[in-house]
Design a protein around this ligand. Structure first.
Ligand code: SAM
Length: 291
């Protein structure tokens, strides 16, 4: 009888993945880490029993959380990644030659060490790139203390549990707003609205308290159960969300990116959210984040 990995992230809904081979099981100073093989999904990374990423669908999430803000900005020099210890976001960000410096702040060095060894396709050598400044520490503390002024901040955090919960707080977003360059943008992993409506509302409320232009964009990541994932967008430079398709196509061509999900048409359409998401936000008297 095969063994099964069961994810119980949500109270009324769960998912299970067959474990075809356990690759690594380890308890770090911060969380339990499991990497196993599944015939459909390839290698799967789970932290504290919650699926973080899989070889089969990681491209969707990592391309959308990286290329949407970077190509909207057009010429970011410094990118700050909070979390992201598996290296997928780092890999995608470093594809942009215009990016001169990437600061990655990961709480748990064991995630980096074990993912480099057992999930090398995610970082694909990115941790060796000379443009990387790697900091092992709490992203919440980092944004409070740093004097860096990143043009793009990417919060590649787990769900708001344990040490990651502070990354979904107003204080954290306030410090992100303080350090972000004037034409910069913050993007976040903001959960799956259909099963994490409170996370959508919390993100909209707290981002709106700290930024003028707040929106959400969507992409379907199959192993983030419950429908499309929402990515938070926050900037004090609304023009970033008004870049034309033609301009995005020129930037995409100049970047010469090899992608499997992202393209300029997807970039523009992903900010179109269905009525039920707009209703959830309107009915909570939140300002329309997607005017
Ligand atoms: N793509 C995944 C998702 O959507 O859930 C997230 C992947 S990545 C593995 C999440 C990383 O955030 C983990 O390596 C975890 O150790 C790190 N992390 C959690 N809390 C953190 C904090 N306060 N500061 C920095 N990194 C943190």
């Amino acid at each position: 009888m095969p063994a099964w990995f069961t994810e119980n992230l949500h109270t009324d809904l769960g998912q299970r993945l067959r474990i075809d081979e356990v690759i690594c099981e380890h308890t770090t100073a911060f969380q339990s880490l499991l990497i196993f093989k599944n015939k459909l999904l390839g290698k799967v990374l789970a932290l504290d029993g919650i699926i973080q990423t899989t070889e089969a669908d990681e491209f969707i999430y990592h391309e959308m959380l990286s290329h949407v803000p970077i190509l909207a900005h057009g010429h970011p020099k410094t990118v700050l990644i909070i979390g992201g210890g598996d290296g997928g976001i780092l890999r995608e960000v470093l594809k942009h030659r215009s990016v001169e410096k990437v600061i990655l702040v990961e709480l748990d060095s064991k995630v980096i060490e074990i993912c480099k060894k057992h999930l090398p396709s995610l970082s694909a050598g990115a941790f060796e790139d000379p443009r990387l400044e790697l900091i092992i520490g709490d992203g919440y503390q980092y944004v409070m203390l740093t004097d860096q002024t990143p043009d793009v901040i990417i919060v590649d955090s787990p769900d708001p549990v344990g040490p990651a919960s502070k990354l979904f707080s107003s204080q954290f977003y306030q410090n992100c707003q303080r350090i972000l360059s004037t034409t910069g943008v913050l993007v976040t992993q903001n959960g799956v609205p259909f099963v994490q409506e409170a996370e959508l509302l919390n993100g909209a409320k707290l981002l709106s308290e700290n930024f003028h232009d707040v929106a959400f964009y969507l992409a379907p990541v199959p192993t983030y159960q419950g429908g499309a994932m929402a990515f938070g967008w926050a900037s004090n430079f609304p023009e970033l969300r008004k870049v034309s398709l033609d301009e995005l196509e020129q930037r995409f061509a100049r970047a010469a990116l090899a992608t499997s999900y992202y393209d300029p048409a997807i970039h523009l359409s992903c900010f179109t959210t269905p009525k039920w998401i707009s209703n959830v936000l309107y009915n909570s008297e939140l300002q329309n984040p997607n005017p």
